[in-house]
Design a binder for this molecule. Sequence first.
Ligand SMILES: *[C@@H]1O[C@H](CO)[C@@H](O)[C@H](O)[C@H]1NC(C)=O
Ligand SMILES: *[C@@H]1O[C@H](CO)[C@@H](O)[C@H](O)[C@H]1NC(C)=O
Ligand SMILES: *[C@@H]1O[C@H](CO)[C@@H](O)[C@H](O)[C@H]1NC(C)=O
Ligand SMILES: *[C@@H]1O[C@H](CO)[C@@H](O)[C@H](O)[C@H]1NC(C)=O
Ligand SMILES: *[C@@H]1O[C@H](CO)[C@@H](O)[C@H](O)[C@H]1NC(C)=O
Ligand SMILES: *[C@@H]1O[C@H](CO)[C@@H](O)[C@H](O)[C@H]1NC(C)=O
Ligand SMILES: *[C@@H]1O[C@H](CO)[C@@H](O)[C@H](O)[C@H]1NC(C)=O
Ligand SMILES: *[C@@H]1O[C@H](CO)[C@@H](O)[C@H](O)[C@H]1NC(C)=O
Ligand SMILES: *[C@@H]1O[C@H](CO)[C@@H](O)[C@H](O)[C@H]1NC(C)=O
Ligand SMILES: *[C@@H]1O[C@H](CO)[C@@H](O)[C@H](O)[C@H]1NC(C)=O
Ligand SMILES: *[C@@H]1O[C@H](CO)[C@@H](O)[C@H](O)[C@H]1NC(C)=O
Ligand SMILES: *[C@@H]1O[C@H](CO)[C@@H](O)[C@H](O)[C@H]1NC(C)=O
Length: 402
Amino acid sequence: MAIISCLLPVVALASTALAQCSNSATLTIASAADASPVASCTTYSGSIAIPTDLSDPVGQNGYNSLSVGGVKKITGNLTVSNAVKLSSLEFSNLQSIGGLELGGLTVLSTLSMPQITTVTGLNFTALAALQQLSFGGTGITQADSILITNTGLSSLMGLNNLQQVTTFNINNNPSLQNISLQVTSISGALNIEANDGFVSGLQTSFPLLETAKNMTFRNCSSVLLPSLANVSQDLGFYGNTMESFAAPNLTTTGGLIFVDNVDLTNISLPSLTSVNASYQIANNTMLKQINGFQKLSVVGGALDFNGNFTDVELPALTQVRGAFNMQSSGTLNCSAFDQDNSNKVIKGNYVCKGSLSKPGGANTKPSSSSTSSSSAAQPLNVNIPTVMGGTSILAGLLQFIL
Ligand SMILES: *[C@@H]1O[C@H](CO)[C@@H](O)[C@H](O)[C@H]1NC(C)=O
Ligand SMILES: *[C@@H]1O[C@H](CO)[C@@H](O)[C@H](O)[C@H]1NC(C)=O
Ligand SMILES: *[C@@H]1O[C@H](CO)[C@@H](O)[C@H](O)[C@H]1NC(C)=O
Ligand SMILES: *[C@@H]1O[C@H](CO)[C@@H](O)[C@H](O)[C@H]1NC(C)=O
Ligand SMILES: *[C@@H]1O[C@H](CO)[C@@H](O)[C@H](O)[C@H]1NC(C)=O
Ligand SMILES: *[C@@H]1O[C@H](CO)[C@@H](O)[C@H](O)[C@H]1NC(C)=O
Ligand SMILES: *[C@@H]1O[C@H](CO)[C@@H](O)[C@H](O)[C@H]1NC(C)=O
Ligand SMILES: *[C@@H]1O[C@H](CO)[C@@H](O)[C@H](O)[C@H]1NC(C)=O
Ligand SMILES: *[C@@H]1O[C@H](CO)[C@@H](O)[C@H](O)[C@H]1NC(C)=O
Ligand SMILES: *[C@@H]1O[C@H](CO)[C@@H](O)[C@H](O)[C@H]1NC(C)=O
Ligand SMILES: *[C@@H]1O[C@H](CO)[C@@H](O)[C@H](O)[C@H]1NC(C)=O
Ligand SMILES: *[C@@H]1O[C@H](CO)[C@@H](O)[C@H](O)[C@H]1NC(C)=O
């Protein structure tokens, strides 16, 4: 393609280049020949789409490949959807692009952009055959949003030098082994979930990350956030298999949530002073001691712990603005929290009970181990519905009674 443009007369090249390097309509590239005008532009102002069926002949394997050289910058989007025979896509000189949207490319195994550094939005969806990114050099260092879902990627090599990203969503990539980013701040949402095919689990590491907005980690085997200082909305961990979690520099968060982390035995947040929204620890079956919150002073929302723990220490607590629910199947000494409750440290509804058969979340009635109060609950269950006539009303009412 580059050769064709070099053969054009200089004047013609200049005028056609002006006309062709900018296009308000999306340019469709179905073959290498269609790509030659773009290849002759350093910057192409417009968007490009690659259709479902390419017109280039297929190779021996029955697949197409497409290679575009020359162009360094595409201001609009490159969209490639459902081109089910496209096995290789190359933009050998491309450094910067708006949106890079690849979806439903079932046999794409080579994605080569050896000079790419900047992408506004990267959206990779359903690229089952893509095992690695051939991004070369530093790879992408700047992106606004990144979404990678349902790919065959085993690592994010090519993205692991990102310096800047706003939203980062990596889900359902069954072969992914690790994620490591060098960003210091993530101003939008981070979501990592269901990348759970790899036998030893997905390891995640954000060694330089200091501030974040809303982070959700699901199904990871480790989460390393050694520099994290502030999270303005939620920091949530669900269904992870790590045995411990530590964030030594974290001082403040919006919400803080640990649910269903079945191997977790140790949470250590020694600098945390405020959780400004809800603070939930639930169903982490191996978590017996909750003593890694020695400086926690303020909980702005509800505190809701349930599980099988026997030791909970929150020695610096000065204020819980919402409800306080602590229920455990383990034996629990509630006297420090009873004290907090009578000292009005706890503003909302207060429950603290151990030795329960079914420790429940906020708004559930503590069901006792064996004896008195489970039978005490019976008359409520029998009497109230006959008056109110509905179990959902009963559930609502129980919250008030409790
Ligand atoms: C590129 O794609 C994004 C996301 O789909 C869209 O918001 C944007 O308008 C597109 N840009 C162009 C130039 O088409
Ligand atoms: C990503 O692309 C898929 C289709 O390939 C589309 O359904 C989805 O809306 C896109 N997501 C974003 C955030 O652009
Ligand atoms: C991530 O996984 C890839 C592929 O197994 C490996 O080459 C790389 O060293 C791993 N990186 C880290 C930081 O563990
Ligand atoms: C943690 O914070 C301290 C004090 O601000 C700082 O010196 C240290 O480098 C931070 N640690 C990490 C791993 O960022
Ligand atoms: C993060 O927390 C530190 C320590 O509390 C504070 O000095 C800093 O201003 C906070 N930064 C942001 C962006 O909230
Ligand atoms: C939490 O509240 C404290 C005190 O009001 C405030 O200093 C801190 O910045 C807040 N943190 C977040 C993450 O909003
Ligand atoms: C944070 O992200 C999670 C997952 O996307 C979402 O469920 C939650 O509502 C978000 N939190 C806030 C405060 O926006
Ligand atoms: C992934 O995490 C969710 C909780 O968010 C959990 O229900 C699910 O069982 C986990 N999946 C695996 C394979 O561990
Ligand atoms: C919990 O983790 C912290 C930080 O890694 C460590 O200092 C502490 O010794 C651990 N506690 C237990 C009981 O293992
Ligand atoms: C904890 O597990 C119980 C029993 O499986 C379930 O009813 C409850 O919803 C779970 N709690 C959370 C916060 O997921
Ligand atoms: C709680 O942990 C103990 C051992 O510490 C175990 O015997 C018991 O079965 C656990 N109960 C529940 C409900 O997980
Ligand atoms: C419960 O903890 C208090 C201190 O908070 C202590 O004085 C008391 O002895 C403990 N009770 C039992 C039965 O361990």
